[in-house]
Design a protein around this ligand. Structure first.
Ligand code: ZN
Length: 290
C-alpha cells in the first residue's frame, strides 16, 4: 500500500522527524484538519538530560508546555505554541543515543500511543514508507549516516568491509556501536561495486573522512550524479580543496576529493553531504529525477 492510501485509512498517526520536528508541521496540521489523531516525535539534536520532562524510557522525554529546561530547546516552544491552539500537545523528544535506545523509544511510543501509521517526514514526500525500502547504503558509519537503519525493517544494509572493521575497533568515540550492531543485517563490500548490476549505481571507495568511506556514482537517463556524503560535505571543500575538521587522514581525503573533482569535470553533478545551500536548490522528495 502506498503512503497516501495508508495515511487516508489510518486514524491515529505517529509523525517522527529527524532533527527538526518543525519540518513535519505542514503534514501534522493537514492530518489534524482531516480529523486524525496525530502525535509528534522528534530525534532531538543532542543529550536531553537538561530538561525536567517525564522520561518514560531511557532515550525518550515527553515535552509539554510546562517543561522547563536550562538550554535552548525548540521542542518546548513548539509544544507551548501547539498547546495554545489545540489544547495540551506533548512532543516526544528522542535522544540520539544509538539504534537500540532510539528503537526502544519508538517501541514504547508504538505500544503506548497505538498509532495506525508511523510517518517519517521525508519519505512520504516521495510517496514511500520505510517498508518500501529494501536496500540502504551507508557511505560510512558515523551516527548521522546510519543511526536510523533499524527503521528500514525490510532492508539490507550495505557498507564497506573496511568501514565496519575500523568502526568496530574504534576507541575514539566517533562511532556508536548500537547503530549497526544487531539492527539490520549488514552486507559488506570490498573495492568498487556495481550495486544493481546494470551500471546505474556504482559504489566507489573514497577514503579519508573515514577509512572505509564510499561515494555513489549514479547514472540516470537524464543526468549523472556523485553522492559525495562526507567525502565532500559542502561545496567549499571541493572548490578550496581542504579536508574538514574530524578527517581521519587528510592526505588520503584530498586524493578522494581530487577523484570527486575529476568526476565533476567529466559531467557528473556532485551532491554534497551537508550543503544546506545546495539542498535548498536541488529537486528533492516528490520532485525526483528520472
Ligand atoms: Zn561523517
Amino acid at each position: 500500500m502506498r503512503a497516501g492510501a495508508t495515511l487516508r485509512l489510518a486514524r491515529s498517526h505517529l509523525a517522527g522527524g529527524g532533527f527538526d520536528v518543525f519540518c513535519g508541521l505542514p503534514l501534522y496540521l493537514l492530518l489534524k484538519k482531516a480529523g486524525k489523531t496525530v502525535h509528534l516525535a522528534n530525534l532531538s539534536s543532542g543529550a536531553l538530560g537538561f530538561c525536567d520532562a517525564e522520561n518514560p524510557v531511557q532515550a525518550l522525554w515527553r515535552i509539554t508546555s510546562r517543561t522547563a529546561a536550562t538550554k535552548y530547546f525548540p521542542e518546548m516552544h513548539l509544544s507551548a505554541w501547539l498547546t495554545e491552539r489545540f489544547g495540551e500537545t506533548p512532543i516526544f523528544a528522542i535522544e540520539p543515543s544509538g539504534a537500540r535506545r532510539v528503537s526502544a523509544a519508538y517501541e514504547w511510543l508504538a505500544r503506548t500511543l497505538r498509532p495506525d501509521a508511523i510517518v517519517l517526514v521525508e519519505l512520504p514526500k516521495a510517496g514511500l514508507t520505510a517498508e518500501d525500502i529494501d536496500l540502504v547504503v551507508c557511505s560510512h558509519l558515523h551516527t548521522d549516516h546510519c543511526g536510523c537503519n533499524s527503521f528500514f525493517r525490510r532492508a539490507t544494509v550495505v557498507c564497506s568491509a573496511e568501514e565496519l572493521t575500523s568502526a568496530q575497533s574504534d576507541t575514539s568515540g566517533a562511532y556508536i556501536a548500537e547503530d549497526w550492531e544487531g539492527s539490520r543485517p549488514i552486507e559488506t563490500i570490498a573495492g568498487q561495486r556495481d550495486l544493481l548490476g546494470d551500471g546505474r549505481m556504482t559504489l566507489i571507495e573514497a577514503p579519508g573522512h573515514t577509512p572505509g568511506m564510499l561515494v555513489a556514482h549514479v547514472v540516470l537517463d537524464t543526468q549523472t550524479f556523485v553522492l559525495a556524503s562526507d567525502a565532500a560535505p559542502v561545496r567549499e571543500t571541493l572548490d578550496q580543496r581542504y579536508a574538514p575538521k574530524g578527517t581521519w587522514n587528510v592526505d588520503i581525503a584530498l586524493k578522494s576529493l581530487d577523484e570527486i573533482a575529476r568526476l565533476e569535470r567529466d559531467g557528473s553533478k556532485v551532491i554534497f553531504g551537508h550543503d544546506e545551500t545546495q539542498w535548498r536548490q536541488i529537486r528533492t522528495g516528490a520532485e525526483f529525477y528520472e
